[in-house]
Design a protein around this ligand. Sequence first.
Ligand SMILES: [Zn+2]
Length: 884
Amino acid sequence: MKPNRLPIRLVLVVLAFTIGLPGLALRPAVAQDPPPIPSPEAFFGFEMGADRKLARWDKLVEYYNVLGEASPRLRVVNMGESTLGNPFLVLFISSPENLARLEELRQINATLSDPRGVSEEEINRAVAEGKAVVVQSMGLHSSEVAASQMVAELTYDMVTRDDEEMQRILDNTIAIMIPCFNPDGEIMVTDWYNQTVGTEYEGVGLPWLYHHYIGHDNNRDAFMQNTIESVYGAKILFQDWIPQAYIDHHQMGAYGARLFVPPYADPIRPDGDPLVWREMAWYGAHIAYKEEEAGKSGVVNAAVYSGWGHFGFHWITPFHNIAGMLTESASARLATPLFLHPDQLQGSRRGMPEYEAQTTFPNPWPGGWWRVRDIVEQQKIAVLAALDIAARNRETVLRTAYLKAMRQTERGAKGKPAAFIIPAAQHDPLTAGKMVNTLLGQGIEVMQASAAFTHEGRVYDAGAYVVSMAQPKRGVLRWLLGRTFYPDDTYTRDRDGNPIRPYDMSTDNIAEYMGVRVDPVDTAVEAALVKVTQKIDPAGQVAQGPHGYVLDGRLNDSFKAVNLLWDGKVEVRRVDRPSTGLRAGDFLVSASAPEALVAEIAQETGVDFLGLDTEALSTSHPLRRPRIGMYQRYLGGNMDEGWTRLLLENFGFPYTTLKDAEIKADDLHEDYDVIILPADNVARMTGERPEGGSGGFRSRRPEDYPPEYRSGFGKEGVEALKAFVENGGTLVTFAEAGALPIQKFELPIRNVVAGVPSKEFWSPGSTLRVNVDNTNPLAYGMPREALAMFLQGNHVYQILPSDRNHRIERIATFVDRDLLQSGWLLGEQVIAEKAAMVSVGHGQGRVVLIGFRAQHRVQTHGTFKLVFNALLSTPPDAQTTNGR
Ligand SMILES: [Zn+2]
């Protein structure tokens, strides 16, 4: 755990990193007598991708530094530390002449990617003098081991090969490589693999998450940038270099095509520039061609991966006018070869109905042994093919970059909405500021009004933000701030009419996620506007009153301030009944709180400490800092658990990770007030084997792992959790985890969407409208109407008739009609007016069941308070004084 580390790094990155800064380049500016260039075999002692061999990240870093010292074609830049403190590298590979004028070439590239106000002459010069910029990244998903090995060999080839093809690439392109997008995970998986090689567990995946917080979800973070690795990626792709092409190299399952290359399958997400989709087909065709030329079989285009995906880097980049692509190689078993029989090979639901030859898959791989070396070889061909076609067509590629940016700007100027206005008056203005920062992180231009103005009949105060669609990043803006309806058509239904799950969410509207009001407007905004050039980082005001301070309970950051006050041993109360100037849910801070501490917390959190003029003891209750535990299992780890850790750390909540042994303790209530069960199914928590569990190496069965990693707290754990609640504890369950107390504690509620066929109810990652009872302490500070992030498989609750009706509280309920704000929803009547979040009294304690994803990926700021309140509020029956 490294609390507060991320924000500090964020600041450092923003301040310190520029490509040209000499202090950060590991290679000295002038090298006399360059040292000899060692091959990977000579350096590592084995060929990249050799059976059962993985080079570890620290060794790879050493190798890149050696190559950087020895070759004028390579510049190695250390962007800073990863989440766990390992170096995050970016490699610039080009001709020595290009590298010598890298900053100038960066400026030329910037002109082409945002040509607003630039003369035709200047564009022509930029096209003539610029170089094609191609970013490629490897090792984002650490279990997909080949790419971060491959790129070492590729880099060696690029700095040593002198043939015509390589010379053309070096002269005409700037190849930017992120050789490992998740250095921490590379180390974890390499160490784990080496530990299991030669045992019966060889080739089994890592038992825990391969990113400290977010595991495989690290490619769901590009648009929100909650992790430092995503901040680095965004800096390269969205701010410093808007490349003409970007490819993220991945691996998929073992039993289909050997290699997926662009373009994507249908459906595609609209509103990108059409040229970007043509470019993807063009790059993909060349990659596939080069693979066939080299005798590689099993390559498929336009299949498996749809063009409408999540907003990870490769799927968001097309809306930044970048040909944002993916390759997916078939996996082995980590670095262990896998044998496949012909009849085991399968097609895909998308674009490859059979494992047979088709126009986009003319040469099926026949089966046999499959090794990491095979992946390394096909990936190397793919990386170079993308560079080769860009190098051969440098001017076309650069002119297209200009055309995409200009045409998107023109579409934005003509279309509706013309702009989005983010009013200054917000339920939680600090969260609105974070949303603006998210837009800035995308390199989007945001303006701020320096005076009040009226637009389309509405009055906006000074401080409102205005985001015009007349900018090159119109495409990404449309999806981040515009209402979204996922298509429901033949591309998204199977032959039987069942909806096909989108690749991830069915909306990415961050304003809806964050609970921020954004007004789309039809006409361009005429007002006094100033461009926002720095991230919003407001400092709170401090004004002491005779009775201390009051903090606004509607601000998420007030919860962080409360935690920091508790760190300083300051007492905090919470208002239960509104009175003059106080709302239920506001926090009261004693006048004796050290002034310096208060000033520091106001500065850090942005929360105002307002003077409390009247004594409010009778309308508030003292808050006790909760002792929080959260369950963590193995079986590959639970990403929702990791994200929740990140959420708690971001807002200063201390917590204890509880593994099976701690859950099974019979005195949980002595040590904890609240225990969280992150979203998970019951079988994975208890360790009971799922019925009819799928075979294949990717399954996560307990018996696949060494005994010490076969997690599951079993009946004993269930009994301990039950006793914890009966003795006065609060059990908080997220989404599917609610099934555990419902089934095992026999709670008088049921999940109404359990077992409902997908044709009748379907909501894969949508924002749904809920009414919130904000007079209940579990919803203090929330607006009366909110948006719940609902994923397929989440819960919706109905209260069953029982003599315990009075012990159940409905905290949030779905509205009665028109539930869908954005995404995809079938069968709204199934859940209309049913509960999205309930509290069920049980013994002396309670179970708080949040059926949807209130803290989804630390992105749904609009509902964080429901989680925070569940941590802070005491069960009604356990309250002795100051009952509500
Ligand atoms: Zn992957």
